[in-house]
Design a protein around this ligand. Structure first.
Ligand SMILES: [Zn+2]
Length: 254
């Protein structure tokens, strides 16, 4: 192969790569990330994690790192715990047989340091519970990149209090609470929700992770050769100049 042709081929390849490569691979990486995350969210029943089969570690978070969307509907943030499922349970397909793989759960606790008030039993509808919990179910691979939240609080209070408070909580949580699995979804129980909110660091790292794999495949010598040959009317199999023929006269490839 003459040197001129080699350098031309290189120029051509560089052009082909830079043109769409980054956008295409980024888009494919993003799609793979989201699809895998939703698959994880679908096959993993988060309620099956309760019990002995989980690792619990206390996270040292300050108030700024805890979700703040509940605002004045909750006491101040106190502590957070991370739950990592690590072994099979009987009632679910648990793919988290490796620690910290794909799914985990963080519980943020908001507790009033003052002694419990009468809010739980009083008729004061504007009172807030003495303890509120945000349980964040996080999904994604290799990092947890998307989540949905479930908000709970200390029981008590009258029916009217409960109804009013939970309505407010649902409004405040909004998309943090994810969305219900559609009816046509093969696996659908009330335990499953779809994570809609990204945890940006994990979301971006996952996207880059899959994009890099795509980029690696896209830029492999085999793919570069095929693209070069196609764009120059050469047979993609043997490299013979086929001009506008349908069948390669050299190797017979159609
Ligand atoms: Zn050929």
């Amino acid at each position: 192969m003459p040197l001129g042709m080699i350098s031309q081929m290189r120029d051509n390849n560089t052009k082909l790569v830079s043109k769409r490569c980054f956008l295409v691979t980024l888009f494919i990486g993003l799609s793979i990330n989201v699809v895998i995350t939703y698959l994880l969210a679908t096959i993993q029943d988060p309620n099956s994690w309760s019990g002995d089969d989980e690792d619990v570690t206390q996270l040292s978070l300050n108030e700024d790192q805890a979700p703040k969307y509940l605002g004045d509907l909750s006491p101040s943030f106190t502590e957070a715990y991370k739950y990592t499922p690590f072994s099979k349970t009987t009632d679910s397909i648990l793919i988290s047989f490796i620690p910290d793989f794909g799914v985990d759960r963080i519980e943020y606790q908001y507790e009033s340091t003052a002694a419990p008030t009468a809010s739980q039993t009083s008729t004061d509808l504007n009172a807030i519970p003495s303890a509120v919990y945000i349980t964040r179910y996080r999904f994604g691979f290799p990092m947890r990149g998307q989540y949905w939240d479930s908000v709970g609080w200390t029981p008590g209070g009258g029916r009217a209090f409960f109804d009013r408070y939970s309505k407010q909580i649902i409004e405040r949580a909004g998309t943090h609470a994810g969305f219900e699995t559609p009816k046509w979804w093969p696996i659908s129980t009330e335990n499953y929700r779809m994570p809609i909110r990204p945890s940006w660091s994990g979301f971006i790292l996952n996207t880059l992770f899959y994009s890099l794999i795509c980029l690696f495949v896209y830029c492999s010598p085999r793919f570069l050769r095929i693209r070069y040959r196609r764009s120059n009317n050469l047979c993609i199999s043997c490299g013979y100049a086929i001009e506008n023929l349908d069948t390669c006269p050299e190797c017979g490839l159609e």
